[in-house]
Write a protein that binds this ligand. Structure first.
Ligand code: IPE
Ligand code: IPE
Ligand code: MG
Length: 228
C-alpha cells in the first residue's frame, strides 16, 4: 500500500446484507450477522494501513421503517458487537465514536455505547465512527437547533462545530457496496468534496483487497476543489 496521499477519512455505506442472505436462501438477519463480522475485519484493516477516520453507516433514521423483528435484531446485534468489540478496539489502538441521535435507543444501550467511548478515548490510532440512528438531514436540523438555543450566529464554523462530526475532517472517500448509487441521507454536508466509489459487491463479500484497490484509485484521482 502506497503510504503517500492516503485518504484521512473513509466512509462506507455498508449495503446489501439482505440480498447477500436472500441469494443463499438464508434469512436477512443471517446477512446482518455476516455484515457485522465484516465491520470488524475492515476496521482492523483500516487501522493497520494508517487510516485516521472510518465512518460506517450501520442504522439510518429511515431504517426504523423496517419490520420490527429486523429492527430488534439489528439493535441486539449492535449490543453484542459493542460488548465483543472492546478487545479488538484496544488491541488495535482504535478510538470509538458515534454519530446520530442516541436518545431513541434504550438507556442500557446508550450506557454500553458511552462505556465503549470512554474506555477507548485515549487511543490514538484509527477513529471508528458508527452512524447509529443517523440521518444527515436530522443531524443538520439538530445542529441548527443547538445554534439557535445558544444564540450562535449562522456561520460555516458554528454549524460544523454543532454537527455530530465535530472536529472530524471532511470525507475523502465515500464507498457504497451493493450497486446502489445514492447517499441515502448519509453525511451530505461532510461529502461536499468526497470522491465516490461504487461497487456491485454486497457488503458481506467486501474485502481488504477491494478496499485497497479503491484506495489505489483514489490516490490516482485529481482532486481540484473548484480550482484548476
Ligand atoms: C445494509 O443492508 C444494512 C442495514 C441497512 C442495516 P440491507 O439490510 O439494506 O441489505 P439490502 O439492501 O436489503 O440487500
Ligand atoms: C442505507 O442503506 C443505510 C445503511 C446502510 C445503514 P439502505 O438499504 O437503508 O438504503 P436505501 O433504502 O436502499 O436507500
Ligand atoms: Mg439496503
Amino acid at each position: 500500500m502506497n503510504q503517500n496521499n492516503l485518504p484521512k477519512h473513509i466512509s462506507i455505506i455498508m449495503d446489501g446484507n439482505g440480498r447477500w442472505a436472500k441469494i443463499r436462501g438464508l434469512k436477512r438477519t443471517d446477512g446482518h450477522k455476516k455484515g457485522a463480522n465484516k465491520v470488524r475485519e475492515i476496521t482492523e484493516h483500516c487501522a493497520k494501513i494508517g487510516i485516521k477516520y472510518l465512518t460506517l453507516y450501520a442504522f439510518s433514521t429511515e431504517n426504523w421503517s423496517r419490520p420490527k423483528l429486523e429492527v430488534d435484531f439489528l439493535i441486539k446485534l449492535l449490543n453484542k458487537y459493542l460488548k465483543e468489540e472492546i478487545k479488538t478496539l484496544q488491541k488495535n489502538n482504535i478510538k470509538f465514536r458515534v454519530i446520530g441521535d442516541m436518545s431513541k435507543f434504550s438507556k442500557k444501550l446508550q450506557e454500553t455505547i458511552n462505556q465503549t467511548i470512554e474506555q477507548t478515548k485515549s487511543n490514538t490510532g484509527l477513529t471508528q465512527i458508527l452512524a447509529l440512528n443517523y440521518g444527515s438531514q436530522d443531524e443538520i436540523l439538530r445542529a441548527m437547533q443547538k445554534m439557535k438555543d445558544n444564540n450562535l450566529e449562522i456561520s460555516k464554523e458554528n454549524l460544523e462545530q454543532n454537527l455530530d462530526t465535530q472536529d472530524v475532517p471532511y470525507v475523502d472517500m465515500m464507498i457504497r457496496t451493493s450497486g446502489e448509487m445514492r447517499l441515502s441521507n448519509f453525511l451530505l454536508w461532510q461529502c461536499a468534496y468526497a470522491e465516490f466509489f461504487f461497487t456491485q459487491t454486497l457488503w458481506p463479500d467486501f474485502s481488504d483487497q477491494e478496499l485497497e484497490l479503491m484506495i489505489d484509485q483514489y490516490q490516482n484521482r485529481e482532486r481540484r476543489f473548484g480550482g484548476i
